[in-house]
Structures are given as C-alpha cells and as structure tokens.
Design a protein around this ligand. Structure first.
Ligand code: ADP
Ligand code: MG
Length: 512
C-alpha cells in the first residue's frame, strides 16, 4: 500500500478536529432597582443587599414584578445606560432605537407567562472583546486574540424554582432583575478560550462598574454552543447548546466533554443532532434536554406596554465619557510607560481602585520612580490591607497616594533605607501621619551630606588604630573595610548613608 493510501485509511485522531464555540452570557447589571419595576434588587446604596440568599424569599417584589392586573412596566434608565456603556467598552454599534419583545412561555418562573427581552432591536450590535490566552510566559503578557460579539440585549431575569419533595417552591426575588445577554460569534476554538472570554468580560464589566459577575451568586451565567469540524475547514457544522453553566470549570468541562462526544459520534459515522443539552457536574457528562423538533415556539411579538427607546448621540457621548480605560489597554500602558513587571500589573489591573490609587500617587509626585511607587503599593499597601481586620479595612486607605509617593522618594533619594521605608509605611498606615513627619520624628533621616561624611571618615582614618585595617584592605582583604565602617557609623550616630560611606571610604583610601 502506498503512503498516501495508508494515511487515508488511518483513523483521523481527535487532533484532526477543531472545536467551534459561541457563548451566550447572561450578566446581572448593577442597578438598584429591577429593569422594568421599582422593586429593589442586589445592588443599592445604604439598603444594599449583598447576598440574595440572605434575603427572605419573595420580598424583593412589587406589583410589576408579580404582574398583578393593571401593573405596567417602566424602563429603568440605569439599566439601559449600563448596557450602552457595555456596548461602548466593546466597540459595538449603538443603534438609535432599541425595543422589547415578549417571549411567551408557560412556566412558573415567570409570573407573567412571558419574558420581556429584545429580539430584533437589541441595545448593542457587533463589537469585540480582547482575551488573553495561555498564561503569560515569564514576565510578559500572554498571547491575545479578539473575539467578535454578535450583539447584546437587555432583558429581565426570571424567578427561581426549588423542587422539594412532592412540590416546588418559587422565589420571585430574582424575577425582573436587569439582565444583559451578551452573544459572541462562534470565534472561540477551545475551552480555555471560552474561559478566557469569561475572565476578560468580567474584568471589563467590573472595571466599568456595570456588573460584579460573581458566578457563585448567579450574577453571570453562560450557555455554550459547541460544534466540531476538521482543521482547515471553515464550515459551521451542526451545534449543540449547553444551558446554564454556572462556573468557569463547568463551562470548560462541559465544552471538553461535548466536543469529545461529537468527535466520537462523527468518527462512528453518526450525525450530530441539533439539540439543547444539560450539564451534569457530578457525572461530568452532558445529556440531551430537547431536540430541534420539540423546540419552543415562543411567539415573539413587540411588547405593547413598552415604547421603543431612542438612544441619542448626546446620550452616547455623555456615557462614553464615563468609561474607564480597558483593563488590557491599561496593562500594556503600565508595562510600556512605567516599565512595571508583568506580575505587578496583573495584581493592579483587575482592581480599578488600586490602579487609580497608583496613578494618583504618580500624579502627586511626577518625579517619583513609578517602579518604587508600584512596589510600595503591591507589597506594603496590599500587605497592610490584607492583614487589617474587617473593621479597619477601609478604602481609601489611611495612607494617601501623595504620602505613599513621598515615602518612595525618601527611600529612592537614600534619605532612609528600604528597610526603614517599610517601618515608616507601617506607622503611616497605623496613624495616618505623613512620611516626612514620621521620618523626622523618629530621627531616621540618613545623612547624605558628602562633605560631612567625608569629614567623619577622615577623622576616623587619622586615628592610629585604623592603620592596620587600611593596610590589610590595600593588600586585598575586602573585609577589613568593615572594621573601619563601624567607627564611622558610630561617629555619625548611625545616620551616615551607608552607600556613600562605602564609596567615599574607598576613594579616600586609594587616594592616600
Ligand atoms: P439562535 O438564533 O438559535 O440563538 P444564533 O445564530 O444566534 O442562534 O447563535 C447562538 C450562539 O451559538 C452564538 O453564540 C453563536 O456564536 C453560536 N453558534 C452558532 N452557530 C454555531 C456553530 N455551528 N458552532 C458553534 N457555535 C455556534
Ligand atoms: Mg439564542
């Protein structure tokens, strides 16, 4: 048999296939009230409800949420604005008008028997999200890739059912919460890319204050659409959709399992059925829920109670002005402009208040060395915050950015040592006092006056006892220098800058 025939007969291995994945991500927006009703939700001011599980069932409700007769929905402006901000952050198009449709179905998680959603006129169209692939090698950013978005639409969340014994319990606290559904193009090629997309989305949304994206609290949930194809092909083959994956590991494992299952099916000569599948985290398998033939007919139609909404160019530019720098853009800037190590940027960048603190410190002291400031923030400030008790955990921290920069400058100028800088920081954090005030009060300031130091060294060298140490040093014994430094530091009351002492001492001996 020829080699070519051999190759054709060999069973193609699983590596002959690539995975094609598109995600539909549901994100609860950070709004005080629900999307079409005044009932409070998870995010608020003083009445903040941090954990929905801590709230009694069916308390975050009102007549609109419960669809009592005569109750009418009114769009929550904040929910729309957060959706537009998301669109701008992802470089999406913001259509001039968006509108809501009824998605009709009968299930007790919806008191209305329909869900308000946007089918044909979503709030954002297109757009893209930058993701970071394979963990960064050494000290540089990892490989980056851009994933296209199809659109994002603003809809309402549904209630929660708990099936217990012979009956089911229903809780409408979540019903009507503002939910943004973000739909990607099928641009993802592995479960790792899907996880990276969720990470990148979370960073963007958290940085902009649009959502908290805590998957454990159900604030971010994901459906994964998966198909396979031979490498090099561009066709989109029949896909299956895995519903309601609620952890990153769930998303990854479900995709891995499902792609492998599809490859096995195709290799065995069977065809893939378009279907919705569930994910069982316990067995690590996906299982069929419903096929295309028993797919719901939702009988969508425009909601007659909600007018289409205009988003003006003025609104768009006003909202654009409220956006933060995108996290990966900021990270690149920190690495290029400030020469910060990657490890430090990856601590800073997911934490916008920390980035703003760091930048405020640099703005207060433009001549400070950014790396020294960053080190104090990453080591001392974060260390102190981590060690603080919950009661002391305040933001902004007791050390003002300008004071942290002042401390960095004191250390860089040699006025105090690095070790002393750490001690001064601890005191700044405990007392809120300024860097210079603490250094002065403790008499820590090093003497960096070269003239004074030179005088002291000369007087020590002039002492007869120094003669043998000088001779030993000159004959090559480096350590002999230390026996001279002792009396010099003593004569300076411990304040002479040790680096200068070393330099000047060597100069004077070699000049003698
Ligand atoms: P529907 O209208 O049925 O919801 P869409 O075309 O809007 O389907 O796609 C829904 C999701 O499925 C999107 O995230 C999209 O990227 C993804 N998707 C579509 N076709 C495929 C495919 N062949 N393989 C994998 N994912 C796909
Ligand atoms: Mg869909």
């Amino acid at each position: 048999m020829s080699d070519a025939a051999n190759a054709a007969n060999a069973a193609p291995s699983t590596t002959a296939y690539e995975h094609v994945i598109g995600l539909e991500i549901h994100v609860q927006l950070k709004t005080r009230a629900k999307v079409f009703a005044p009932a409070p939700y998870l995010y608020g001011g003083t009445d903040v409800v941090k954990d929905p599980k801590a709230v009694a069932p069916n308390t975050l409700i009102d007549p609109v949420v419960l669809a009592l007769p005569g109750a009418l929905p009114v769009l929550n402006r904040a929910a729309l604005e957060q959706s537009v901000r998301f669109g701008l952050l992802t470089k999406a198009q913001i259509p001039a008008v968006c509108a809501w449709d009824r998605k009709n179905y009968f299930y007790p998680d919806s008191p209305k028997n329909y869900q308000l959603t946007q089918k044909d006129r979503p709030v954002t169209l297109g757009g893209e999200v930058e993701i970071e692939l394979a963990g960064p090698a050494r000290n540089i950013m990892g490989e980056h890739k851009v994933i296209r978005l199809n659109h994002a639409h603003l809809e309402e969340d549904v209630g929660k059912l708990t099936h217990a014994g012979s009956g089911s319990l229903v809780d409408y606290n979540r019903a009507g919460a503002a939910l943004l559904e973000i739909v990607t193009e099928p641009d993802l090629r592995s479960s790792a890319e899907a996880a990276a997309l969720l990470d990148a989305l979370r960073m963007l949304l958290v940085a902009a204050g649009i959502a908290d994206c805590d998957m454990e609290k159900g604030q971010m949930r994901c459906d994964a659409n998966v198909s396979i194809r031979k490498r090099g092909e561009t066709v989109l083959n029949t896909r299956t959709e895995m519903k309601n994956l609620n952890s990153i590991s769930g998303v990854k494992n479900a995709i891995e399992y499902e792609a492998a299952r599809q490859i096995r099916e195709v290799e065995a000569g069977r065809t893939i059925r378009q279907e919705t599948r569930g994910w069982n985290a316990e067995t690590g398998r996906t299982y069929p829920l419903r096929g295309k033939e028993d797919a719901h007919d939702y009988r969508y139609f425009p909601d007659p109670d909600l007018m289409p909404v205009k988003v003006s160019e003025e609104d768009v530019s006003r909202l654009a002005a409220t956006l933060p720098e995108r996290p990966f853009d900021r990270q690149r800037r920190y690495i290029e402009q400030y020469k910060l190590p990657f490890t430090v940027t990856s601590v800073f960048v997911p934490d916008r208040p920390l980035c703003e603190y760091f930048e405020a410190a640099l703005a207060a002291a433009p001549t400070a060395n950014p790396q020294s400031v960053a080190n104090l923030v990453a080591n001392e400030l974060l260390g102190a915050l981590a060690a603080a008790t919950a009661a002391e955990m305040t933001w902004p921290p007791p050390v003002a950015p300008a004071q942290l920069a002042a401390l960095a400058q004191l250390a860089d100028s040699g006025a105090i040592s690095k070790q002393q800088a750490r001690e001064v920081f601890a005191e700044m954090f405990a007392t809120g006092k300024g860097a210079a005030a603490i250094v002065d009060a403790k008499g820590l300031r090093q003497n960096s006056d070269t003239g004074e130091i030179e005088d002291i060294i000369r007087s020590v060298l002039a002492q007869p006892a120094s003669g043998s140490a000088v001779a030993e040093f000159k004959s090559g014994n480096e350590k002999a220098l230390n026996s001279l430094k002792g009396p010099i530091m003593k004569a300076s009351k411990g304040k002479a800058n040790p680096k200068l002492v070393d330099e000047i001492l060597r100069q004077l001996i070699s000049a003698a």
